[in-house]
Write a new protein. Structure first.
Lengths: 201, 146
């Protein structure tokens, strides 16, 4: 089967690594083209109409965090304000891509050195996944993880000095999207969509 | 032998003078770029003029180049990796050549003939946003794993 060409757009490097794993998990259905990413959700809100226009020539996969918005569909509509092209795939992580990582409970627990019992069965229900993850990492049995992911006590910042690097290494080397899908419905649906998507030409 | 001099203002009534060997890299670069643009040569090649400059200044460069065409008309060829430089809405896709390295050498493609870039611009993206993946090293995310 000829791979489906796919351009990607996402908020940050960490999400980029997660997308690579998602696409690999579909068994090589896709050939990755351009990677559009300039940090932050404001970028995707601004550029989504452009990706929608370009989707007629090459399918696009856009992955964003739901954050505090109430509803994924409403969030997409607020960015798009035109008909969504069938080749524009937008998947929203509920509520943040970090929840998708925590959802692979077994590997997360091993890599981050935290007890399995502290990881929720439904990762989509975590309200502030970044903060949840940082607080978990602070209690890691590996000092290296705690120091990299969580800021020192009292420091005026919310993330540790190598938060992105540590999480990216976890995703690239350990995270299993199929395992994670059983604890995150938004991830399960994203994978299902990528497994069945057929472009419209 | 230094031949540029500037005074700077501070608390002393007779402020200090600085010679070019004391200027910042950005100041020297900006003076150099402006100087070159004001020369009467018919052609000028600027290699990554954005280097060492503040991003806010880089965003002004295309406009400055256009304005100086009036007093010193010339063909200006600029190579750049700068997102900021390309945010100027006065730059057209027909003015941009995309250079892509390949095993056979570098391929040169007019930006407006690349379907995806053309469609993205039609969809309202700025040239900078549309060209961003082509300006980003392919495996840059591997640095995160370093």
């Amino acid at each position: 089967m000829v791979p489906i060409p796919l351009s990607l757009a996402y908020e940050d490097t960490l999400t980029g690594f997660a997308i690579d794993k998602l696409l690999a998990a579909t068994g090589g259905r896709y050939a990755i083209g351009g990677r559009y990413s300039r940090g932050g959700v404001g970028y995707l809100a601004r550029t989504l109409p452009g990706f929608n226009a370009a989707a007629k020539g090459c399918p696009f996969l856009v992955i964003a965090d739901l954050d505090n918005n109430p509803c994924p569909r409403a969030l997409i509509n607020s960015w798009l304000n035109t008909t969504q092209h069938p080749n524009l795939l937008v998947r929203i992580a509920v509520r943040e891509v970090e929840a998708w990582l925590i959802a692979d409970r077994h590997n997360f627990s091993q890599f981050f050195g935290v007890p399995l019992a502290r990881l929720p069965n439904d990762a989509d229900a975590i309200n502030d996944a970044k903060r949840f993850l940082v607080n978990l990492a602070r209690t890691s049995r590996f000092a290296k993880i705690a120091n990299a992911v969580a800021p020192p006590p009292g420091a005026p910042r919310s993330l540790g000095p190598d938060y992105n690097g540590t999480l990216s290494r976890f995703v690239a080397a350990h995270w299993d999207p199929h395992l994670a899908a059983s604890h995150s419905d938004s991830l399960r649906r994203a994978i299902a969509r990528l497994q069945t998507f057929v472009p419209t030409w | 032998m230094p031949h540029l001099e500037a005074t700077y203002e501070h608390w002393r009534p007779h402020a200090g003078r600085q010679r070019e060997d004391q200027f910042s890299d950005g100041t020297l670069r900006l003076v150099g770029v402006l100087w070159a643009l004001l020369e009467t040569d018919p052609l000028i090649l600027l290699e990554e003029p954005e280097l060492s400059l503040n991003a806010a200044i880089v965003r002004q460069l295309p406009g400055i180049m256009a304005r100086l065409q009036r007093t010193a008309p010339k063909q200006v060829i600029v190579s750049t990796h700068s997102f900021d430089l390309l945010t100027d809405r006065g730059i057209g896709a027909d003015e941009v050549l995309v250079l892509s390295p390949s095993p056979e050498g570098t391929t040169v493609t007019p930006a407006n003939t690349i379907r995806e870039i053309f469609d993205l611009l039609q969809g309202g993206l700025s040239l900078a946003d549309a060209l961003q993946p082509t300006m980003t090293p392919k495996s840059v995310n591997q640095l995160e794993l370093f």
